[in-house]
Design a protein. Structure first.
Length: 161
């Protein structure tokens, strides 16, 4: 996958409304649309970053809530945090780096290094507390090594016991 991907194309009314919400995150809250900007450049920039990984809002309705709440939570913090979002087409590829399994997910980074992830939606107080605690954590290794693991074909021989 190249550094820049084609923007997600809304296919119905739900997708079109969600696209409007994402555009509002970019316009009103200065979130970076990572489908239109270099993902690796955003991730590796200095400082704190929060990336919202979204999935199809028709299948994962919590993405609506997180997309509305996350900018407000970040704005309430004392530390500046760059916000970004990845639409479903790119999020499906990039999420492998961070090893989360539930959509939506917000991955937190410090100068490109993994801090942690919040999966799904929480109530306001819990979300604010989790984000604050997340940003105070030291960097660590992401649960995923960032390389997709695929099963060997049945015809291949394995050297692992």
């Amino acid at each position: 996958m190249s550094e820049t991907t084609t923007p997600w194309a809304p296919t119905n009314k739900v997708h079109a409304q969600f696209e409007t919400l994402l555009q509002g995150m970019a316009d009103r809250h200065a979130f970076t649309d990572l489908n239109a900007t270099g993902f690796d450049a955003f991730v590796s920039a200095p400082g704190l970053a929060a990336i919202l990984f979204v999935e199809d809002p028709a299948r994962h309705p919590e993405v609506w809530d997180v997309a509305v709440v996350l900018p407000e939570v970040l704005a309430s913090l004392r530390a500046p945090v760059r916000g970004g979002f990845a639409r479903p087409d790119a999020a499906a590829q990039w999420h492998l780096r961070y090893g989360f399994t539930r959509w939506p997910a917000v991955v937190f980074l410090r100068a490109g290094e993994y801090i942690g992830c919040i999966e799904g939606m929480r109530d306001w107080t819990d979300y604010v507390e989790r984000v604050g605690a997340m940003l105070a954590r030291p960097v660590s290794r992401a649960p995923s090594v960032g390389i997709p693991v695929r099963a060997e074909s049945p015809r291949s021989s394995s050297t692992c016991g």
